[in-house]
Design a binder for this molecule. Structure first.
Ligand SMILES: [Zn+2]
Length: 311
């Protein structure tokens, strides 16, 4: 890959480019923000990328999630992202982790830079705990309706729990909607902040952008002396806080796990499509580790389908 156009910039230079090439980035969530932020880091030449995403591509994603096309519906976002990113820049090593990130597999967060592109506060507090404990730089991002927020976090500075304490159960894109232009703008700001952090440029500023009214705000965040995470109390990482029950990923989509899967049997289901990481059935995507993302009208119906899948 030819990086001459960015090496030309004095703030990057050849030295900065080498730093990027040696870095590993974990992108958590490969939706509208994560997909584009990962693409920008990939094209910038960040050496290794780990894409962590539990979901599958749905039709309602396509208006804003630029890594995916209609032909990808039903497939694992992490794996489609890996294929697209590897094609965009073959010099970058891309790893797909189609898992539900929680405190039992939090080691997958480990990287030189972490991008939070999730859609829920619970996972964000888990990332905050892990990155505080391991002293990892990371960038929070969120977008809803027409407003995006980005917050670069570095060890020693204020953390997410300092900035936004106790914010579980806030509104999501599923309930409030989101403008594709703001998720893209948020991803761009986040990717730039990630590159700055990798190059050692820190800030304690949260950026908020309202793309409909062209309001751009820079908010100074202060450390909270009573912040649990900053005082070494990692409640989300220890499992004291946060739930691991069935989660509603999108409208009418349920995630279930814990059952035994016979891949050989599933491959015989009429209409089954076999992929390297699992099987796509007419109403479910089943991963080889037993996790299934199921389209259903209710949780009860989803459980019934899962029971059939797991025999
Ligand atoms: Zn804190």
């Amino acid at each position: 890959m030819d990086y001459s156009r960015q090496i030309m910039l004095p703030q990057i230079g050849l030295k900065g480019q080498r730093v990027l090439e040696k870095a590993t980035a974990a992108v958590i969530g490969a939706g509208a923000i994560g997909g584009l932020a990962a693409e920008l880091l990939c094209r910038s030449g960040v050496g290794k990328l780990r894409v962590i995403e539990r979901d599958i591509v749905e039709e309602s994603n396509l208006h804003r999630q630029t890594l995916y096309y209609a032909r990808d519906i039903g497939q694992s976002k992490a794996h489609v992202a890996k294929a697209r990113l590897s094609e965009a820049n073959p010099d970058v090593q891309v790893e797909a982790a189609a898992i539900d990130l929680n405190n039992t597999n939090a080691h997958l967060i480990k990287a030189d830079i972490v991008l939070d592109c999730t859609d829920n506060m619970e996972t964000r507090y888990l990332i905050n705990d892990y990155c505080r404990k391991e002293r990892i730089r990371w960038v929070y991002s969120a977008a809803i309706k027409e407003t995006g927020t980005v917050f670069p976090i570095s060890p020693g500075g204020p953390c997410l729990a300092c900035a936004i304490p106790g914010a579980e159960g806030l509104e999501t894109c599923d309930t409030s909607g989101v403008l594709p232009a703001i998720t893209a703008a948020t991803a761009c700001i986040q990717a730039a902040e990630a590159i700055k952090l990798l190059l050692g440029i820190t800030s304690n500023e949260m950026v908020r952008y309202d793309i409909w009214n062209n309001d751009f705000a820079r908010l100074k965040v202060r450390s909270n002396p009573n912040c649990p995470a900053c005082n070494g109390s990692y409640d989300y990482l220890s499992g004291a806080k946060g739930s691991r029950t069935t989660k509603l990923c999108g409208s009418g989509t349920y995630q279930l796990s814990g059952g035994k899967i016979s891949m050989r049997q599933l491959k015989q289901v009429p209409g089954a499509r076999i992929l390297e990481y699992g099987v796509i059935l007419p109403n479910a995507t089943v991963f080889s580790d037993g996790r299934a993302v199921i389209k259903a009208g209710s949780e009860r119906q989803a459980r019934a389908i899962y029971a059939r899948i797991t025999g």
